[in-house]
Structures are given as structure tokens and as C-alpha cells.
Design a protein around this ligand. Structure first.
Ligand SMILES: NC(=O)c1ccc[n+]([C@@H]2O[C@H](COP(=O)([O-])OP(=O)(O)OC[C@H]3O[C@@H](n4cnc5c(N)ncnc54)[C@H](O)[C@@H]3O)[C@@H](O)[C@H]2O)c1
Length: 363
């Protein structure tokens, strides 16, 4: 992703925190420390031109503070692009809590975190991410109203995410096969967790020929029993006969090794950061004639679901908005083809253009 707001030149007079912040265009970073509760957290607000910065809080046992800072800077910038490409009036932000999610959680820790979120006065809205449960967010919400994803509100975003991925996959199929029908198309789904399982429901309902894999044997057997879909071992998924590869588990699964094995002509899935090296593997996909639906555009159903909660909108609204992912992917792929540049790069440009237009309008 390129920089939105500043020259990419690194200003060596800046300190080790301001330097990456400056280079990546972040607006604000809040370091949170509380001895009594053991809280150590970093909240990064990347860009608020389009609206308040929305992005989840991750709890992770980082090796050190630098690793946590790098992660939060990268993730918050990613949210700016995701929210912008999805036509939401939201900016990008993210928070990380440094610590072991299994042993360090307490009501006090999350309430203290909520107090820090509250000091940002709504310029950052938090939600769940890796290592955080709805119950943790309930504690956060005792101290701030700038939190979404609470029990009884917009709920699990996975069905909306899966529906958006399904729509985006159809748009990608249209570009590759001349029709958006998935009837008879061979789709390999890697990861049948929250999103993957709902995606398989849509694919089977339309008449796709689905192969699934996961490291969770019980989940595989349950979905096989439900739909009769083929099952392969986790390390065999890249080698199956497929038209479409749908990564719904891990990041970086499009890499030197898998690109030599994958015989698909479309990649469309829910996982974040699918390309191991964005510029290298994004270009290689184009050269190989594989249509790639950029991850942050196709998996935006989750943030659309959160936005519906921010605005007090219904699940029906969220589903309709997620349906628009079809049009978003269609536009990205059309421009990629017309301009001869990789789809990930087009998606980044379209997100930046929206922010710059809004920024210059100053509305
Ligand atoms: N949940 C959402 O709304 C949402 C929104 C946007 C992006 N995403 C991304 O989509 C992906 C899936 O999200 P989720 O909520 O379904 O997560 P999840 O944890 O419910 O499911 C992931 C599944 O992948 C499986 N898995 C892990 N390693 C694997 C491997 N090596 N091979 C095969 N399977 C493996 C896990 O066993 C699990 O069943 C993640 O990358 C997530 O960041 C999710």
C-alpha cells in the first residue's frame, strides 16, 4: 500500500516511533500503560478523513514492544484501505494489547483499556479481534461507548463476511469464465471455521463442486456430513483439481511454493493478507492469468457488519451492503484489465482516491 498523506521519504531526524508513523501516514498513536492491571496496549489511528477510525483490538503475546508497534501500525493502515474501498464513512485504526490472552485477562484490565479508548473521544471505535471475546468487550463498554460487536448487537460478523466473499467470488468468476455462475465450478476452500463454513453453504446451494480442508478434523467431518463435500488433508489443498481457490484460514498462502502448485484460475477468499509479498505475488498472479479478488475488498463484510452497529442499522442493511462487494470486485478487475496493473494495486489506488477526494472536499 502506498502512503496516503506524506512523502515516502524517510525523515531521519525523527525518532524510531515517529519515523514509521510519518512514513506510513498515521495520525495518532496512544501508548497505554497501567501497572495495577498489567495493561500494556497501543492504539493506532491511521486516518480519519472518511470518519472515525474503526478496527478491532488484538490481544497477543508479542515478543517485544517493537513487534507490537509494527503490527498495530500495519493493521491500522489496512483498516483505512478496507473501510475506504467498501464505501464506508469510516477511517482506519487498530489496537493491540500485549499479553497472554489465556492468563492475563481481567475485568479491570479491559475497563482500564476502555478508559484509554474513551480518551480518544470517538476518533477510534474498537471491536473484537484475535484473542478477544464478546465478554471482554462488555467490560470495555463499561468505560466507553466507542465499542461495537457487543452481545445482542450486530453479533457474529462471519455470515455477512461469508456472503460478501461469495458475492466477490461470483464477480471474479464473471471476469475469468464469462459468467458469474458457480454451477459446476470446482472450489477448494481452505479453512472451514466461522467464515469458511458459511461460504461452503452458499457454494453448495448454488451447485459448485466443493473440496474442503481444515486442521480441525471434527469440523471437517461435520461439514462433510452436512453437504457431502470432498475432504482433503491440510497440506493437499494446493494440489487438488480446482477452478477457484478460496483461502479462509491463514494469511500468506499465496507464495512461491503454492504458486507453483495451485492450478486455479481465480483466487477469492476471506483470509487477510493472502499474498505473502504483495507486489511480487500480486504481479505473478496477473502474469499467470489468475484473477485475484483483493483480500481487503472481498472480506469487508465483517467491518460492514460493525458499521451497521455504529449507525444503528439492521442486519438486512448489512447484507445489502455486503452484496455490493460484487460491484466493488467487478470494478477493481475491470480497471486492472484496462490498465494492465495487478488487482491488489488497483484496489489500493481506489481506496486512496476515495480518501483524497473526500480530503480535498473537506466535508
Ligand atoms: N470472521 C470474520 O468476519 C472475518 C472478517 C474478515 C476477515 N476474516 C479472516 O478470514 C479468515 C477466517 O476467519 P474465521 O473467523 O472463519 O476464523 P476461524 O478461526 O473461525 O476459522 C479459521 C479456520 O482455519 C482453520 N485452519 C487453521 N490453520 C489451518 C491450516 N493450516 N489449514 C487449514 N485450515 C486451517 C482453523 O482450524 C479454523 O477452522 C481469517 O484469516 C480472518 O482474519 C474473518
Amino acid at each position: 500500500m502506498s502512503d496516503l498523506t506524506v512523502s515516502p521519504l524517510v525523515d531521519s531526524s525523527l525518532n524510531p516511533i515517529l519515523q514509521p508513523m510519518h512514513a506510513m501516514g498515521h495520525e495518532h498513536i496512544l501508548f497505554c500503560n497501567d501497572k495495577a492491571t498489567g495493561l500494556k496496549a497501543i492504539i493506532a489511528v491511521h486516518n480519519t478523513v472518511l470518519g472515525p477510525a474503526l478496527g478491532g483490538t488484538r490481544m497477543w503475546m508479542y515478543q517485544n514492544e517493537q513487534e507490537a508497534l509494527t503490527d498495530v501500525l500495519r493493521l491500522s493502515r489496512g483498516m483505512t484501505y478496507k473501510n475506504a474501498i467498501s464505501q464506508l464513512n469510516l477511517g482506519g485504526g487498530k489496537a493491540v494489547i500485549i499479553g497472554d490472552a489465556k492468563s492475563m485477562k481481567s475485568e479491570a484490565l479491559f475497563r482500564r483499556f476502555g478508559q484509554f479508548v474513551n480518551t480518544l473521544a470517538g476518533s477510534y471505535i474498537t471491536a473484537e479481534d484475535v484473542g478477544i471475546s464478546p465478554d471482554d468487550m462488555v467490560h470495555v463498554s463499561k468505560e466507553t461507548k466507542h465499542v461495537v460487536g457487543l452481545p445482542g448487537k450486530s453479533g457474529d460478523p462471519s455470515p455477512v463476511t461469508a456472503f460478501g466473499v461469495y458475492m466477490g467470488m461470483k464477480a471474479a468468476a464473471k471476469h475469468q469464465f464469462g459468467s458469474d455462475s458457480l454451477v459446476g465450478k470446482k472450489v477448494a476452500v481452505q479453512g472451514i471455521g466461522h467464515v469458511g463454513a458459511y461460504l461452503v453453504d452458499h457454494l453448495v446451494a448454488e451447485g459448485a463442486i466443493v473440496t474442503i480442508t481444515d486442521i480441525n478434523e471434527a469440523a471437517l467431518q461435520a461439514l462433510h456430513a452436512k453437504h457431502g463435500v470432498a475432504v482433503v488433508a491440510a497440506d493437499k489443498i494446493y494440489d487438488v483439481d480446482m477452478d477457484i481457490y478460496a483461502p479462509c484460514a491463514l494469511g500468506a498462502t499465496v507464495n512461491d511454493d503454492t504458486l507453483a502448485r495451485l492450478n486455479c484460475s481465480v483466487i477469492a477468499g476471506a483470509a487477510n493478507n493472502q499474498l505473502k509479498e504483495e507486489s511480487k505475488h500480486g504481479r505473478l498472479l496477473m502474469e499467470k492469468g489468475i484473477i485475484y479478488a483483493p483480500d481487503f475488498a472481498i472480506n469487508a463484510g465483517g467491518v460492514i457488519n460493525c458499521f451497521s452497529e455504529v449507525e444503528g442499522l439492521s442486519l438486512e442493511w448489512a447484507k445489502q451492503k455486503a452484496e455490493e462487494i460484487y460491484t466493488t470486485i467487478d470494478r477493481i478487475l475491470m480497471r486492472s484489465q484496462q490498465e494492465g496493473i495487478p488487482s491488489y494495486q488497483v484496489a489500493n489506488q481506489m481506496a486512496e482516491e476515495r480518501i483524497q477526494t473526500k480530503g480535498s472536499l473537506n466535508i
